[in-house]
Design a binder for this molecule. Sequence first.
Ligand SMILES: Cc1cc2nc3c(=O)[nH]c(=O)nc-3n(C[C@H](O)[C@H](O)[C@H](O)COP(=O)(O)O)c2cc1C
Length: 219
Amino acid sequence: MKAGESLDVGALGEDVPLLEGIRTTRAIRRLHPDPVPRELIRKVCEAGTFAPSGGNRQPWHFVAVTDPEGRRWVAERYRAAFRDYIAPAVEAARDPAYPEAKRRMQRAAIHLAEHLHEAPVHLFVAGWTRRGRPQLQALMPAVQNVLLACRAVGLGASLTSVHLAFPEEIDRWLGLPEGCPTCALIPIGWPRGRYGRPPRRSVDACLHWERYAPKPEEG
Ligand SMILES: Cc1cc2nc3c(=O)[nH]c(=O)nc-3n(C[C@H](O)[C@H](O)[C@H](O)COP(=O)(O)O)c2cc1C
């Protein structure tokens, strides 16, 4: 789906079976720069609002940054923080024995960092603090719902948190009130890649009955 095509936002994504959608939601970091209709961003954020939360507090706020100047501002800082974050992994990847799947993920993450300003929507999810500490876990169910909704409607998206390297600066810039820190940045756009099953270990490697028992491959 591309800009210019007429979209039936109401119908879009409503036909994706839930479990298939879950199994085929993966990080899509290569995005077209074409704009995404606001109604569609509203729709994926609405999915976020159906997440569970303690006491049904619904602590989330979604801030969608679409202005090119703003996205450049975010991307410059993301890139600088990302460089420090990824440096040890880039070094490790020089080893020919470095797993290919990790190498691919690293390449995609570097691509996102280098092209973040082109992602048409920078969706920040912000929430609440308790005893002065950000409660990231309170927002992650909403974040996951947004990612799943993006999968359903055909948008590319990924969960990022590199901006937490400069938390006060970004919160101030977003105009967030005291006690409502940002916890996630979801770059969203029309995907260059396809959705599909991400690499995951088998459920049998991590499912235990009654009590934890080491699995053979864990030694
Ligand atoms: C809490 C959290 C923070 C993350 N932060 C980043 C990030 O800042 N940048 C990034 O490229 N990937 C980040 N990731 C990783 C991706 O979003 C993704 O989950 C991972 O690469 C697996 O991708 P897959 O689902 O396609 O296998 C983060 C994941 C989690 C759970």
